[in-house]
Design a binder for this molecule. Sequence first.
Ligand code: H79
Length: 705
Amino acid sequence: MNRTMEYAQSLGLLLAVLAVACGAAAAPAAETQAVAGAPIATQVPATAETPEQFAQRLRWWREARFGMFIHWGLYAIPAGQWGTGTDHGEWIRETAHIPIEEYDRFVAQFNPVRFDANAWVRVAQEAGMRYIVITSKHHDGFCLFDSALTDYDVMSTPFRRDIMKELSDACRRQGLRMCWYHSIMDWHHPDYLPRRSWESRSAEGADFGRYVQHLRGQVEELLTKYGDIGVMWFDGQWEDTWTHEYGQPLYDLCRQLQPNVIINDRVDKGHLARGRAGKGHFAGDYGTPEQMIPSAAILDVPWETCMTLNRHWGYNRLDEDWKSSTELIRMLVDIASKGGNFLLNVGPTAEGEFPPACVERLQAMGAWLAVNGESIYATSAGPFPPQAWGRCTQTAPEGGGTRLYLHVFDWPMDGQLAIGGLFNEARGAYLLADAQRKPLAVARAEDALVVKLPATAPDAVDTVVVLDIAGAPDVTEPPAISAEHMVFVDKLEVTVRPPRENTEIRYTIDGSAPTASSPLVEGPISLTKTTTVRARCFRAGRPVSAPAVAVFTQVALRPASSAEGAQPGLKYEYYEGDWDRLPDFTRLTPVKTGRCPDFDFSQRNQAEHFGFRYSGLVTVPQDGMYRFTVASDDGSRLYIGDTLVVDNDGLHSLQATAGEVPLAAGAHTIRVEFFERTGDDALEVRYAGPGVKDQRIPTAALSSR
Ligand code: H79
């Protein structure tokens, strides 16, 4: 929960007290008791603030949009390699099971002679980044700053320079905000618990409370010795030892030391920006999606996606899997269009330099921002969800109206950019990159404003079109047409939902376009044959959304097969090999074959590099659509007869995929293929349909001849 919400909740309590005091309708007993038991004063923490104060405190950060993450520490020395393993990063001590004494030897080797704080900050500055978050300490416990509370810091290395001091001074000089990433989890401090499961280091005498005091002491150092700090970015809060009882006071400590500091949600146990903060109060100002961009805008909490430039946070010498500058620019735009910030990571080398591949990409981002920054900084989420043509951000300029920044990723072939469902009147349009602001023609075509563009895209990555409109955006999404299945046997109920309440929706089922005289949607629509449903929002006889269309197909039931002579259980063929997707098993020779009760792979001879092909019959109780779901790690496929119903192939961790098929009551041939390369393994086959609640297919429904 963020401060705003917490404040609102305190306010709610206060109102409840007033209501009771004024003899208004009695509040529920539990609520009254809670109020009686806790004096209001303690309900409002010292860090409480109004929503306006909260917005004001976060303002620079929300306007900044783009920051640099830096993961740097002892792990830059092995650079991802340990023994034969080459895929390690900042987690190397854990992922390679390196004993503490051995890892500590890196301290004597840490000597980044090429480190130049000004040069780093310049790269960030030129990339268009407005703040830097660096690992003052990562999970390994090593501190890049001069801490009076531990010798496990940069002052014990041959380098002996307070890197964090140099960097914070350089940031201040160049106008960027300095921010700390400080890990709560600590694999080095003797009082931190729990120990890693593989470690032999004794936990005897360890006192987690004492560790928390140490952590708080370091936070105090970081917030008193380095000037104004923009953000405290905590991490490694998920182990059971860290609780809300530690998280809230740590949050409060930061705000007491620097009232304007911004603190991420990992200070506590709640997840902002995952749709919920969990039950109860959790400290933290903003949510932190990691390595992912939310699919839709998040407007109720501030959030920031953090992401790597290749596959690792800490420097990995062999990781050349760089995101392209096109991808990165579009990610920044995508995030901005959804109301978030982008914290993009660089893992410097042990010599103290940014890898050249990072610098190249950051320069490309900076070049784009130098021209188009106005469409990113201090903008807010656009009024539309992601569009086929690109994304949208917006500002509310002085003097009224709204400025829409249309980020065109896919340039229209006919040069006509149609912005559907936009009711407002256009005031003008031009290309942001055009210093002359040569007007682009804008015309209305039903629900859409159509901007006439040059024939080819001036910037193939993202050309920004400025579209000024009168008033606040008045946007109407197409209606949502849905049904339980897209195919059906006898009849189907289709629901058409409005994008918002009190919207007039008209529809057709004869293939024609809905008009102002088409029937109104007033309930579910029943279909008894293959039908194209079209629906559209209207206002006063005028279409205000793009039309929505969905096709529902009537299908024949797959006739049942005879189950004569079948016995309980499936037949299996077991194979061995090193695949990254399902092979054509029919061209391979099984290592062995046999029978098993269900989709069970315990008959394997080895834990990795194997495959199974199961075949038999599955019996369903009634006629109708059945949904099969296969969850597997790694890939799998499910066939009914010769029809591929579920394709869950490929190398992946546990992932579920579903498919549907119309079945007549009775037995149907089923075949499931599955392979496992390395790592975790799993296979689960489920079904659901008439007479069957979603469940693992029971052995009683499986048989084979
Ligand atoms: O600091 C970066 C990561 O080290 C940290 N957060 C970002 C900002 C982070 N800690 N945990 N996680 C991310 C998620 C856990 C990932 C793990 Fe693994 C999977 C830990 C062990 C298995 C990734 C893969 C790390 C090592 C192997």
